[in-house]
Write a protein that binds this ligand. Structure first.
Ligand SMILES: Cc1ncc(COP(=O)(O)O)c(C=O)c1O
Length: 431
């Protein structure tokens, strides 16, 4: 596969952009260090690079593109919104419609505030929990990525752990002193910690199904226990559903799993591929947000008309077509085939799947938290990633990310992918 064009573009990128990428997760540093592929456009389930090579897309732009690229309903909604002027700086109907739709769809979401990114949504939810409880400490979980605000870059996952900056430089010690990072899926540790520090804890923050140390589901009873312990401590439970909301069904993962948090952070799918985030939850807690209350948070681009239109169109298609059972089935077929091929070739893998998202960990150990996720074989994943890319399958360039099956994938694409996995495992095990 000729990727001379990507190479040339990336040389330019490295001169003009820090590290050549506008988000570290896009770099190929963790998969052998080749220049990343420079993508010219997305079409349905495909990514097309600047050299004209085509890739079946399982990245889904790290989650938002649940309908694939350029869904006609979404592009039409964006075009119509542009015609009305992309930004006004005043309240407008689509942001109100989007807020109403989110509140209707998600149990426990009485009110929201729209933001521009998931980072802001999480950051603001934490500030709100601190304002509401009058406490400072935050409990989060090792290897979980919640955006790039200071407090959540303590033992963080996703791109941060991929590029070795799980504890980012530049985060003041004062901030880290108020953050307690615990292993996920260990209720006893949470209980001990809350027994000791509960009276100082403003919030416990987690993804209900973790997407950023690879997919890791909560052990049975873990989230219920977390909710109970958090409530008993007088702290707020925040679910970061930036990835998970509208990924598994039309609503949140929390309500799918039967655990409703005090606050949610949302993003990705709710913006239909345009910049968007939101935080919200209990009405009495949201009353603390300015201008009603004393917790300040704002945004020139928040509730952006284009993002609101794209989000509404995406949610509209999801609601109308309910692609979730089909996405689930396709992901299950693909995951089962990968497991079967791994068995056939003697390649030790663990596959963690939640609905249409899954992660293939090389090495074979069970993965239930960050420590076990880190044991996944980096070199083996890098080789697999390269072999898949060279066959036209685009996976996230990190062993800590997910494959996302989208509404646009079909049986043929899954079959092509299975054949590529077959050839990749054959090559990896032939030496
Ligand atoms: C769970 C989770 N929370 C928050 C964020 C931050 O969102 P954004 O990249 O839109 O700032 C991400 C991004 O990957 C995420 O996966």
């Amino acid at each position: 596969m000729n990727r001379q064009g990507s190479k040339a573009w990336f040389e330019r990128a490295e001169r003009a952009i820090a590290g050549g990428v506008n988000s570290p997760a896009r770099s190929f540093a963790a998969v052998g260090g080749n220049p990343p592929v420079v993508i010219e456009r997305g079409e349905g389930a495909w990514l097309i690079d600047v050299d004209g090579n085509k890739y079946i897309d399982y990245l889904a732009a790290f989650g938002p593109l649940v309908l694939g690229h350029s869904h006609p309903a979404v592009t039409a909604a964006i075009a119509a919104a542009i015609d009305q002027g992309p930004l006004t700086g005043a309240p407008h109907p689509d942001e109100i419609r989007l807020a109403e739709e989110l509140c209707d769809a998600i149990k426990g979401l009485d009110q929201v505030r729209l933001t521009t990114t998931g980072t802001e949504a999480v950051m603001s939810a934490i500030r709100l929990a601190r304002a509401y409880t009058g406490r400072n400490k935050l409990i989060k979980f090792e290897g979980a990525y919640h955006g790039h605000s200071d407090a959540v870059l303590v033992r963080a996952g996703s791109g941060a752990s991929t590029v070795g900056t799980a504890d980012s430089a530049g985060v003041p010690v004062g901030v880290t002193q108020d953050v307690i990072s615990l292993p996920f899926n260990d209720l006893e540790r949470l209980e001990d910690t809350l027994r000791q520090h509960g009276h100082e804890v403003a919030a416990v923050l987690t993804e209900p199904i973790v997407g950023n140390m690879g997919i890791v589901s909560p052990a049975p009873g873990y989230l219920e226990g977390m909710a109970r312990l958090t409530r008993e401590a007088g702290a707020l439970l925040i679910f970061d559903e930036v990835i998970t909301a509208f990924r598994f069904h039309y609503g949140s993962a929390g309500d799918m799993l039967g655990v409703i948090p005090d606050l949610y952070a949302l993003g990705k799918i709710i913006g239909g591929g345009l910049p968007a985030g939101a935080y919200g939850g209990r009405r009495d807690v949201m009353a603390a947000v300015a201008p009603s209350g004393p917790m300040f948070q704002a945004g020139t681009l928040a509730g952006n008309p284009l993002s609101s239109a794209a989000g509404l169109a995406t949610l509209g298609v999801l609601k109308q077509t309910n692609p979730y059972p089909r996405m689930d089935r396709l992901a299950n077929d693909l995951a089962s085939a990968i497991l079967q091929l791994a068995h056939q070739y003697g390649e030790a893998i663990t596959l963690n799947r939640a609905g249409s998202g899954f992660t293939v960990f090389f090495g074979g150990q069970a993965v239930s938290d960050y420590t076990s996720a880190q044991q996944a074989d980096k070199t083996r994943f890098a080789e697999f990633h390269r072999l898949m890319l060279d066959q036209g399958v685009y996976l996230a360039p990190s062993r800590f990310e997910a494959w996302f099956v989208s509404a646009i994938h079909d049986v043929d694409l899954i079959q092509q992918t299975v054949e590529a996995v077959d050839r990749a495992f054959a090559e990896m095990t032939s030496r």
